[in-house]
Write a protein that binds this ligand. Structure first.
Ligand code: ARG
Ligand code: ZN
Length: 858
């Protein structure tokens, strides 16, 4: 059934207190839930209460202490008549966690028990109003075999514990902060902790524990440091202080997502907790830091203030992503982080916004909410709040967030509440800006610069493309940071913010003696596509002179994108093609020679636009042509600059290992150099990569070298793959890399490799990380996925069919790549559609996967 935002009604009952009693077992866990309920004066009265369930049955029901038989099921919901103003309801249920392959609700992982309740997993444990606007305080008692589950955790504070009969023990937890059911968590298992403490700004001493399986504790140091830095940063930057004496994090290896912000008891995918230099790359370290911060920041933006309903998801996710982005910007290199975040947005969100699954950051309807944990809700949601910050300025923005936290603390709020607080606190008028919440689609901004007399005139127009269900769009406010460069001096008179609010608008700038070079959307101030009329020379100018690092990166990207678009269209004459390659090569030569750049930034500037992003810039894409033209350009750059890349590889190779920015930057350019060399001179690259692999004293160098070797043929490839596997056998996160590197490699036979790996003894459909490491890597590697005969599409459809009965949430995540069919050349397009139709016709498809398939066919 379709749920609509406009149908929201408050729940007729309040549930102030919940007491849960768990009798734990891997195969059988028995739950008794006691709910106190009272009429909600703010809702329409009802003489029944509807409690959601999913895959559970009531074993017994009592109302006010009396056994009740006066109930019935409506689908999977339990309906009970209630006549008075306040009651106590007691319900017993039993579940088999070991059979819970969906990994929603209470499930078993590696002999431990843990929960995932967001968004609708709590109803798989007990019958409950499983919606985020019902807030309760929870008291949780659990008991189980002490040898099997020595550690018993839930939200809040430990109140009491003791031993029971026959080798059992128990613990009782109480969370004083009212919360919705999706923030409930329970963990029971044989775990060890890395423990530390943090003193908050008001002097509260908080015990910090990161719980992992024995043997993993020496890889939790970075997560702990990241947690403490997050806690301090949120105090300093947003004035937010932690509100319990205990903060627990548990790492589990079977998990559908990155992590979960349960109050006082975060549950994490091991991927975002465990890191040391030998087994994790610099990118993995950044991932740990970012996700630890994200879940911590949810304590305020998510837990203290939660969402009224799931249409408001971006209220907590968009805001929290912005908060974690700003944190990481402050911890490392601000421009590099910004470039990475924009790359994610363009790689994941732009395609979503331009395809059949496009939806506004605040959707209007859904069938399965888990399908809406998207790059749009998360990453575009963050960009929308970032625009408010840009328009308000940092200090006013802080006044807005202060007011929001203050005004709505303890509530289940809406996106509208956030926007209103921003208006009142930051002094913005966001009347028109609200369109960013309701309209889907990435605005296209047309840009033309004109010079007349002593004035420069900037002509802007906007077009918000139609998206499913939204054929006509209104113009939105587009805040653009710009600078006008004087060609002669290479300088500008300061950055300005222009906000385009109409379909077309012109902005005039006085005392400008000649046509300036326009730097626009600096820092990526608005999540839009810029279509500027600009010469190759001006792009080269900006790529060399722009003092905004993002704009400089962007000019280089534009240079490459416009060249490759022309090359792919086949309309580029040989001479023009060589001119283009030369311009690009000389721009890259300046990047390689520029002493003012740090290596991290140099590494960013050297990254070519991805094949996915290139496809996105074309109305209809030919993936094979994009792949070969991009590789050809890389080869041309590499051949022209071979000695520069060799020097870079050598210079960076001489930097000793460290976790400082300089050493990280050296590692980044080292592998970048190899990637170019591989395209220009494979023999040299193979030797260099092999020696980088062999000499590596850290995973960044080792994985980088292996990645390059994976794309080349030869005995070095085989030897490195065997060595890597043997070296890291028994470390699942590293074996995930081994699968992913082969699946996403540039090797012509990558698809054959994926087929063989699916039969590998270490491959399993039961572990989401492993499934993603093989098949997500392939589905997002265009040259494998878009194999001309449609084999990649068929393999993804086969996977979806096999995985759907086991784990529908993860299965449905593989549909979007196939959903791109309308934007791909006709032959492949038909093959993609054929697989979607095959999926649509499959009997017994989960509602998760079904929703994505039918929207994709749309
Ligand atoms: N709230 C979690 C986070 O952003 C993610 C939960 C994802 N849930 C889901 N059903 N996909 O940190
Ligand atoms: Zn989140």
């Amino acid at each position: 059934a379709t749920i609509r935002r406009e149908d929201y009604r408050p729940y007729p009952w309040l549930v102030p207190d919940v007491a849960l009693d768990f009798d734990l077992g891997l195969e059988a866990t028995r739950i008794t839930a006691r709910l106190t309920v009272a009429r909600n004066a703010e809702a329409d009265a009802s003489d029944t209460i509807r409690l959601n369930g999913d895959d559970i049955e009531p074993l017994s029901i009592k109302v006010d202490g009396e056994v009740s038989n006066d109930w019935h099921m409506d689908g999977s919901d339990l309906i009970l008549p209630l006549s008075g103003d306040a009651h106590e309801i007691e319900i017993a249920t039993a579940i088999d966690p070991s059979a819970n392959t969906k990994l929603m609700g209470l499930f078993a992982s590696n002999g431990m028990l843990c929960t995932q309740c967001e968004a609708e997993g709590f109803r798989r444990i007990t019958f409950f109003p499983d919606r985020p606007d019902v807030l309760s305080t929870y008291r949780v008692r659990m008991s189980g075999p002490k040898a099997q589950f020595p550690v018993l955790l839930s939200n809040g504070n430990l109140e009491a514990q003791g031993d029971g009969e026959e080798g059992t023990h128990w613990a009782q937890w109480h969370d004083p902060w009212p919360k919705p059911s999706y923030l409930f968590a329970l963990v029971a298992g044989d775990l060890v902790a890395n423990s530390d403490s943090f003193t908050t700004m008001s002097g509260r001493e908080v015990a910090l524990n990161i719980w992992v399986r024995e043997g993993d504790e020496n890889r939790t140091g970075h997560a702990m440091e990241s947690l403490k830095r997050s806690m301090r940063w949120d105090e300093q930057t947003f004035g937010r202080e932690y509100d319990l004496n205990l903060y627990n994090i548990v790492a589990v290896s079977d998990f559908n997502m990155g992590a979960m912000e349960n109050k006082g008891l975060n549950v994490f995918n091991t991927k975002y907790v465990l890191a040391d230099a030998e087994t994790a790359t610099d990118g993995d370290f950044d991932g740990v830091e970012g996700v630890i911060a994200h879940e911590y920041f949810h304590n305020w933006s998510g837990n203290r203030i939660t969402c009224r309903d799931w249409f408001q998801l971006s209220l907590k996710e968009g805001f929290t992503v912005l908060r974690d982005q700003l944190f990481s910007q402050d911890m490392g290199s601000e421009p590099v982080k910004r470039i990475e975040d924009v790359r994610i947005l363009r790689g994941a969100q732009f395609p979503e916004d331009s395809g059949p699954l496009a939806h506004p950051i605040r959707p209007d309807s859904y069938r399965e909410i888990s399908n809406f944990y998207t790059a749009t809700v998360y990453n575009k949601g963050a960009e929308v709040i970032r625009m408010m910050r840009t328009m308000a300025g940092g200090d006013a923005f802080r006044k807005g967030t202060d007011l929001y936290f203050d005004r709505h603390d303890g509530e289940a709020a809406t996106c509208e509440d956030f926007v209103t607080a921003m208006e009142d606190g930051a002094g913005l008028d966001l009347t028109q800006f609200r369109l960013w919440y309701s309209q889907a689609g990435t605005p296209k901004i047309g840009v033309r610069m004109e010079h007349r007399g002593d004035r420069a005139i900037l002509h802007l127009k906007q077009d918000v493309p139609p998206t499913p269900g939204q054929p006509d769009k209104a113009p939105m406010p587009i805040p653009l940071r710009i600078a006008l460069f004087d060609r002669e001096s290479g300088q500008h008179d300061g950055e300005q913010l222009v906000t385009l609010t109409k379909a077309q608008e012109s902005f005039s700038f006085d005392s400008i003696s000649s046509l300036p070079v326009l730097s626009i959307n600096r820092g990526f101030s608005a999540p839009v596509t810029i279509e500027r009329e600009i010469s190759q020379d001006d792009l080269v100018f900006l790529a060399a002179h722009d003092d905004d690092p993002f704009a400089r990166y962007e000019a280089l990207q534009d240079l490459v994108v416009s060249h490759l678009k022309a090359a792919v269209s086949g309309q580029l004459e040989e001479a023009a093609k060589r001119d283009g390659e030369e311009a690009i090569t000389s721009a890259f030569a300046s990047v390689l020679a520029d002493d003012s750049l740090d290596e991290l930034m140099r590494g960013e500037l050297l990254v070519l636009p991805s094949e996915t992003y290139l496809a996105e810039t074309m109305l209809v894409a030919d993936p094979a042509a994009i792949h070969s033209e991009r590789q050809a350009l890389r080869g041309a750059i590499a051949r022209a600059l071979e000695s520069e890349f060799l020097n870079l590889h050598e210079r960076a190779g001489a930097v000793p290992f460290g976790m400082d920015a300089a050493a990280k930057g050296a590692r980044k350019v080292k592998t970048q150099a190899l990637i170019y060399l591989a395209a220009g001179n494979p023999d040299v690259a193979r030797r260099r990569a092999w020696s980088q692999y062999e000499q590596a004293d850290n995973m960044t160098d080792r994985q980088g070298a292996l990645m390059v070797l994976c794309g080349l043929s030869g005995i070095e490839r085989t030897n490195a793959l065997i060595d890597f596997y043997n070296r890291f056998q028994g470390n699942p996160l590293v074996i995930d890399k081994w699968f992913a590197l082969q699946a996403s490699s540039m090797h012509p036979a990558a698809l054959e490799h994926v087929k063989a790996l699916a039969d590998h003894q270490d491959f399993t459909l039961k572990n989401p990380n492993r499934v993603r490491s093989l098949y997500m890597a392939m589905a997002y590697s265009p040259h494998a996925f878009h194999a001309a005969d449609g084999e990649g599409y068929r393999m993804i459809a086969d996977l979806i069919l096999a995985l759907d009965p086991i784990n529908p949430q993860t299965a449905s995540r593989f549909v979007p790549p196939l959903g791109r069919w309308r934007r791909i050349e006709p032959k492949r397009s038909a093959l993609m559609k054929e697989q979607l139709e095959r999926l649509a016709a499959a009997p017994g498809l989960s509602s998760d996967t079904h929703e994505q398939v039918s929207r994709s066919l749309g």
